[in-house]
Design a protein around this ligand. Structure first.
Ligand SMILES: C[S@@+](CC[C@H](N)C(=O)[O-])C[C@H]1O[C@@H](n2cnc3c(N)ncnc32)[C@H](O)[C@@H]1O
Length: 419
């Protein structure tokens, strides 16, 4: 079933309340007398905090909701998952489980280490659900009065653990043979800029850089993919080297142009010294790397450049955060991840502490679930300048075709000069 989990919008209060009313009536029908389950009777028990409300949406209708966040009396690192309700016809679809998993992942991405929740002690169905998701009974209880009767509530809790920034899991994205084939197809599709920019933009980039650096003779493109940039550079008369992890992309690139020196390899292993006038790393690939790998790469690039040479890259700006969707989606991605019948669940999270974006793809087939983690990092001029410390001079542009830097831009280009 296709669904989306996203933050509730300010105008959705009534739709969210309807899920609460229906959710209460379905969940507590054997627990609470009917006359205490009318909308009016339920309403006083619901503390709606729109900023903490997230909704599950199917065909544009809100079918579930989860509300979570810390309370003032909670110790540091602890937050409550206050409510989780789903219309009964969606029970057993996996949406409830995803709402809870998302709540936990979101809290973990914000640095919380424990989540707790309260439930009616007699609600055995909920207890089974939360137990399967890793919650356990703390033994703490309290009493609620609903209508004429009193009910006991139990406090359950679970540890929270974020996916650590830049974790790739057992299957690094770029190294997978099927995905590298899908990526190659995406790179070569001139209509999409999913894997690489469109051909006209690539040509403008090469032309602009060639104008900026008329004396440049040798270029190294890191993560060159199928050689879209390297080919342009070679045709402009330069001595060109391209490195990529994907042997599939390199085989393709070499067949297109025998005059480029293509190498299959990890650019983090770059070992040359004083070898290139220009080194490029294009399409936000720098932010994919962990801080440790970025530090290694900067050292190696600096060493591989000739004096007077330049390193050219592009990164996502902190402003991109405002455009980044957080939540869960179930996109149809064709056979990008696998040719087997499967479902895709994509969880998107922001990590404010490390300025990381995570897009986690959980691919479920009849036999297994595999997770792929796609990371990036948001930068400012200041934070990238700090990382480029060895370079004597750093310039910023809105893009790699020379557009002047724009403070509102969602990404930017950087040129760092070796003295
Ligand atoms: C988003 S694509 C961009 C390709 C190219 N720069 C472009 O804009 O057309 C990223 C490329 O980097 C390669 N790559 C990722 N990590 C790498 C690494 N550590 N060493 C070498 N290549 C890498 C991938 O195989 C992929 O071809």
């Amino acid at each position: 079933m296709h669904f989306t989990i996203r933050q509730a919008r300010p105008n959705e209060k009534d739709a969210v309340l309807r899920v609460y009313y229906a959710g209460w009536r379905a969940a507590y029908k054997d627990l609470i007398p009917k006359d205490a389950l009318t909308d009016q009777a339920i309403r006083p028990h619901i503390a709606l905090n729109p900023e903490r409300s997230w909704v599950a949406v199917v065909d544009e209708a809100i079918v579930g909701t989860v509300q979570f966040g810390p309370n003032p009396e909670d110790p540091d690192g602890v937050a409550e998952i206050r409510t989780l309700y789903l219309l009964q016809e969606y029970w057993g679809t996996g949406i409830g489980k995803k709402l809870m998993q998302f709540a936990r992942s979101w809290l973990a991405s914000r640095g919380y280490t424990r989540a707790y929740l309260w439930m009616f002690t007699e609600n055995k169905r909920a207890a089974g659900f939360y137990q399967r998701l890793g919650f356990s009974d703390t033994g703490e209880s309290e009493t609620y009065t609903i209508g004429e009767r009193r009910y006991e509530g139990s406090k359950w809790e679970a540890p929270l653990q974020p996916v650590p920034p830049h974790h790739t899991g057992p299957h690094p994205f770029w190294a997978d043979p099927h995905i590298s084939e899908s990526m190659l197809r995406a790179h070569l599709d001139p209509e999409t800029d999913r894997a690489s920019r469109k051909p006209a933009t690539i040509r403008r980039t090469v032309r602009w850089l060639a104008e900026q650096y008329p004396a440049v003779k040798s270029v190294l493109d890191l993560g060159c993919g199928p050689g879209l940039y390297t080919n342009e550079w070679q045709q402009a008369g330069l001595q060109v080297t391209g490195i990529d992890l994907s042997s599939r992309s390199i085989t393709y690139a070499q067949a297109q142009n025998p005059h480029v020196d293509y190498r299959v390899g990890n650019y983090l292993d770059l070992a040359e010294e004083n070898a290139y006038d220009l080194i490029t790393l294009i399409y936000f690939d720098y932010g994919v790397l962990s801080p440790k790998d970025r530090a290694i790469l900067i050292q190696r690039i600096y060493r591989a450049l000739k004096p007077g040479g330049a390193f050219v890259l592009d990164v996502l700006h902190q402003n991109y955060r405002l455009h980044f969707f957080e939540g869960v989606q179930t996109p149809d991605m064709g056979d990008f991840f696998t040719k087997d019948k499967h479902t895709v669940s994509k969880t998107s999270l922001y990590y404010p502490e490390t300025k990381n974006l995570l897009e986690q793809y959980d691919i479920r087939t009849d036999t297994e679930t595999k997770s792929w983690y796609v990371w990036n990092t948001l930068f400012t001029q200041k934070s990238i300048r700090t990382e480029l410390a060895p370079f004597s001079e750093v310039e910023y542009f809105a893009d790699l075709t020379g557009t002047p830097y724009d403070t509102d831009g969602t990404d930017f280009a950087v040129i760092a000069q070796k003295r």
